[in-house]
Design a protein around this ligand. Structure first.
Ligand SMILES: Cc1ncc(COP(=O)(O)O)c(C=O)c1O
Length: 381
C-alpha cells in the first residue's frame, strides 16, 4: 500500500467492541490476565498498551522497520538509545544537531564514562577518522538542526557497518515522508513526535524504529526497565497526526522552498540555509536521498547585529516567536539564545551558529501571507 494509505489504516482497525472507526483511547494502567502465568497481549501499561501499540504499528510501517517503540518525549527516546552504551564505549555525533541532544551527549553521557566525539558528519572522511576501536554508536541528523546541513545516510551506513557500529538517525526534520533512513542502512531511526508527527503543537512524544527485531527487543526491554513511555492521549493524537503527515510535509516543504528563494533575494539577508536551493552545500546529497521536497525548515543570517536579529524575530506576526518546529503554525526563533542555548558560546560559534542566525519552521498558512509577514519584519532590523 502507498505511504498515505498505510498512514491512515495500519494499526487503526475499527474498534471490535463498538465498531467505532477511530480506535479508542485506552486509559487502563493494568489488564485482566487469562491465567496467573502465561502469555497475554497486555498486562501492565508501562510494558504495552493498545493505544500506544496502534501508534507503534503505524510507525513501524511508515519507517519500514521491524519494531517501533513510543516514548514520553523525543529526548526520552534519544536517552533510551544511549542506554545501549556502556562505560568505556565511544559515541560519534554530528556537530549540527539539536541542542538538547548535544547536552545529553556532552553533559550526561560523559559522566557515565562514555566518551563523545563531535564531527561534521557531512564529511564522510571525518566520520571515518573519528571511529575508534571502542566506538559503538554513530548518531546523525540527516537534516541538521539549525544549519540544515545534509548528511549522507548511505555513506555513514557503510562506515558504520564496516566498523560494527550502530547507526542512529534522528530523522525529526526530514520525517519518513521525505526520507527513510532504515532503507538506507541505518539501524535505528528516532523522531521527536512532538514535531511533524503530532503536527499541531499539542503533545510531547518520541519514537524509535529499529530495523531488526533483536535491536527493537533490546530497546523495548530498556524502555520497560526505565519507564519513559508515551501516554494514551499522546498516542491517540500521534495516530491522528500521521494520517495527514504526508499532505502537511509536502505542502509545508513547498512553501519553505518558495520562502527560501525569496529570502535569497532580500538585501538584508546575508546567507540562506535550505537544502532545496541549488547552491546550498547539501543540495546534491539532499536530491539523492530525499523525495517529494526538502523540508519545512529554513535558516538564514541577517545583515545585522544580535539586537537587529532580535528585533526581527520579535516583529513577525504570523511567525510566532517560539522554539519547536514542524506544526501547522509557523514559528520563528534565534537558535543562539533559544533552541541551542545549551551549547557553550565558543562551541556554538565553532559549529556556525552565529548570533544573527534565524530559524523558521514553515507551517500551513498561505505562502504570500508568510512572505508579507517576513518583509514587514525586515523593515524593523
Ligand atoms: C531534531 C530534534 N531532535 C530531538 C528533539 C527532542 O525532542 P522533544 O522535545 O520531543 O524531547 C528535538 C526538539 O526540538 C529536535 O528538534
Amino acid at each position: 500500500m502507498q505511504f498515505r494509505t498505510r498512514a491512515i489504516h495500519v494499526g487503526q482497525e475499527a474498534d471490535p467492541s463498538s465498531g467505532a472507526v477511530v480506535p479508542p483511547i485506552h486509559l487502563a494502567s493494568t489488564f485482566v490476565l487469562p491465567a496467573a502465568e502465561g502469555p497475554a497481549d497486555y498486562d501492565y501499561a508501562r510494558t504495552g498498551s493498545p493505544t500506544r501499540h496502534a501508534f507503534e504499528a503505524v510507525m513501524t510501517s511508515l519507517d519500514g522497520g521491524a519494531r517501533a517503540i513510543a516514548f514520553a518525549s523525543g529526548m526520552a527516546a534519544t536517552h533510551c538509545v544511549t542506554m545501549l552504551l556502556k562505560p568505556g564505549d565511544h559515541l560519534v555525533t554530528g556537530t549540527d544537531i539539536y541542542g538538547g541532544s548535544w547536552r545529553l551527549f556532552n553533559d550526561v553521557l560523559s559522566h557515565r564514562g562514555i566518551s563523545v566525539s563531535a564531527v561534521d558528519t557531512t564529511d564522510l572522511a571525518a566520520v571515518q577518522d573519528a571511529i575508534r576501536a571502542e566506538t559503538k554508536m554513530l548518531w546523525i541528523e540527516p537534516t541538521g538542526n539549525p544549519l540544515l546541513s545534509v548528511t549522507d545516510i548511505g555513506g555513514c551506513a557503510e562506515i558504520a557497518k564496516a566498523a560494527g557500529v550502530l547507526l542512529v538517525a534522528d530523522n525529526t526534520l526530514a520525517t519518513p515522508v521525505l526520507c527513510r533512513p532504515l532503507e538506507m542502512g541505518a539501524d535505528i531511526v528516532m523522531h521527536s513526535a512532538t514535531k511533524f508527527i503530532g503536527g499541531h503543537s499539542d503533545l510531547l512524544g518520541g519514537v524509535l524504529v529499529a530495523r531488526d527485531s533483536e535491536v527493537g527487543e533490546k530497546l523495548h526491554w530498556m524502555q520497560n526497565a526505565t519507564g519513559a513511555v508515551m501516554g494514551p492521549l499522546e498516542s491517540f493524537l500521534c495516530c491522528r497526526g500521521v494520517k495527514t503527515l504526508e499532505l502537511r510535509v509536502h505542502a509545508q516543504s513547498a512553501t519553505a522552498m518558495r520562502l527560501a528563494s525569496w529570502l535569497q533575494k532580500q538585501q538584508s539577508v546575508k546567507r540562506v540555509y535550505y537544502p532545496g536551493l541549488e547552491d546550498d552545500l547539501g543540495f546534491a546529497t539532499a536530491k539523492k536521498q530525499y523525495q517529494g521536497g526538502y523540508g519545512a525548515m529554513v535558516s538564514f543570517e541577517v545583515d545585522a547585529d544580535v539586537n537587529g536579529a532580535q528585533r526581527f524575530v520579535e516583529s513577525t506576526k504570523l511567525f510566532q516567536l517560539a522554539v519547536s518546529l514542524g506544526a501547522v503554525e509557523s514559528l520563528i526563533e534565534l537558535p543562539a539564545v533559544m533552541s541551542h542555548g545549551a551549547y557553550a558560546p565558543e562551541a556554538r560559534r565553532a559549529v556556525g551558529i552565529t548570533d544573527g542566525l534565524i530559524r523558521l519552521s514553515v507551517g500551513l498558512e498561505g505562502a504570500e501571507d508568510l512572505e508579507h509577514d517576513l518583509s514587514l519584519a525586515m523593515t524593523k532590523i
